[in-house]
Design a protein around this ligand. Structure first.
Ligand code: UDP
Length: 418
């Protein structure tokens, strides 16, 4: 049996004050024909990345809509997670080799997990490449609809990786991508949907934390809140470019020496590169007492992440590659201007000059955060615009609406009704 992930119950009623009755009514109506449909989500980790974050909310909300939703994770060894991390990088275009050993480990663990798989579901949603071979090894059972949910940007993959993985992806009946342009070469699904990720506004991390309370929590990490604070929350990963953030901070710091930088990152269980890159980041920061490098082992968990976002003058997400960037959504939802790398899903959220700034270099990043520190009123207005942008497009209730709509269309096509 695969590991079942228990989730805290959630009630849609609690979202009424945030999104209003109209959205909730539309959602309940859409979900009505799907009542009691069983839907299983499978991914690789219960904690620390955007997928886990979404499932933690999507699964209980689907249950509140009376769908029979479940979440399970696959099992893997360090070797498996190392191989898959490289594969993520290769599928997102990195020029690295794919060895026969990496292929064999991925196949071995997908076969083992397929053997351990139990149950019968109307829909199975397989998230990302880690478990994408389950369907192949388990054998396709006619009654089930298997959907591959891709959260990464496979628009220009390294073809060695693509040629190996694409047949496994294509074996699914349907697919969901974050953006149209992420669909990899030659993939042709009968049913394909585009669903941008979303955040759960009343969650521990995203609900409003009283400012003095957030200040107290952040001050406990040694940060002096009488001086400006800039924060990037992210896994320690080359694509998130924490080293570039430090370089930008150093340039800006020459002009505003009291500014502090917090880099906060979780150690996701399926990310073997995390410790190595944390170490590299710490070495890059050197002995600078105004750079704070923190992670969940220091006790920076969901609530503390929310506190850091709440008290920061500016939120940074200087990614060099990004599927969507939930951390950008979270920063905007806290009413903060966000400086984001001009890549992936970030431009969907950071509207340049309106909800923050898009940057292509360390120098631009430094220039923009100096500008925002010098012009706090502009930053505040951008933050407010950002919060409204998120309210309209990137809250979990919207995710539920698009998901139900997709499942209904998919059923109609599968049963020949349209
Ligand atoms: N996250 C967290 N603690 C951390 C770092 C990240 O809780 O120290 C969460 C973060 O709040 C967000 C998710 O992990 O909800 C990261 O999602 P994103 O799409 O930004 O990046 P990913 O890690 O999936 O590439």
């Amino acid at each position: 049996m695969l590991e079942h992930i228990a989730v805290e119950p959630k009630q849609l009623n609690h979202y009424q004050s945030i999104v209003g009755d109209k959205v909730l009514d539309e959602l309940r109506q859409l979900a009505e024909p799907l009542k009691w449909a069983s839907i299983l989500h499978i991914n690789a980790t219960a904690f620390g990345d955007g997928v886990a974050e979404i499932l933690m909310s999507l699964v209980p909300l689907m249950r509140d809509l009376e769908l029979d939703a479940e979440w399970q994770i696959i099992e893997g060894s360090d070797d498996f997670f190392n191989a898959i991390k490289s594969s993520h990088n290769g599928l997102q275009s990195m020029e690295i080799p794919l060895s026969e050993q990496m292929k064999a480990i991925w196949q071995e663990y997908n076969a083992l997990n397929a053997k351990a798989f139990e149950g019968d579901y109307d829909f199975i949603v397989v998230h990302d490449p880690q478990p994408a071979g389950l369907l192949h090894y388990h054998g396709h059972s006619g009654g089930k609809h298997c959907i591959w949910r891709c959260h990464i940007d496979t628009s220009t993959p390294n073809m060695d990786f693509w040629n190996f993985y694409a047949p496994y992806f294509s074996a699914h009946d349907a697919a969901i991508f974050t953006m149209e342009q992420y669909v990899g070469p030659g993939l042709d699904f009968e049913e394909l949907s585009i669903i941008p990720p979303t955040i759960d506004s009343p969650s521990t991390k995203n609900s409003e934390i009283p400012f003095p309370e957030a200040q107290k929590v952040v001050a406990n990490f040694g940060i002096d809140l009488s001086q400006p604070l800039i924060t990037q929350v992210s896994r320690y990963d080359p694509w998130k470019d924490p080293l570039g953030v430090i370089d930008a901070y150093r340039i800006a710091n020459q002009f505003m020496p009291a500014t502090q930088l917090a880099l906060v990152g979780s150690m996701a269980t399926d990310d073997p590169e995390g410790l190595y890159y944390l170490d590299k980041t710490s070495r890059h920061a050197g002995e600078d007492p105004d750079i704070y490098i923190l992670h969940n082992y220091h006790g920076v968990n969901a609530y503390e992440v929310g506190c850091f976002q709440t008290v920061s003058e500016v939120v940074i997400q200087k990614s060099a590659r990004e599927g969507f960037g939930l951390l950008v959504t979270e920063g905007l939802w806290k009413g903060k201007p966000v400086i984001g790398g001009n890549v992936g899903g970030i431009p969907l959220q950071v509207i340049d000059g309106k909800t923050g700034f898009l940057v292509d270099s360390v120098e631009q990043c430094a220039e923009k955060f100096l500008y925002l520190l010098i012009n706090p009123d502009v930053g505040q207005a951008m933050g407010q615009a950002g919060r409204e942008h998120v309210r309209g497009k990137f809250l979990i209730t919207r995710h539920c609406v698009i998901t139900c709509d997709f499942l209904l269309t998919f059923c109609r096509i599968a049963f020949g009704l349209i």
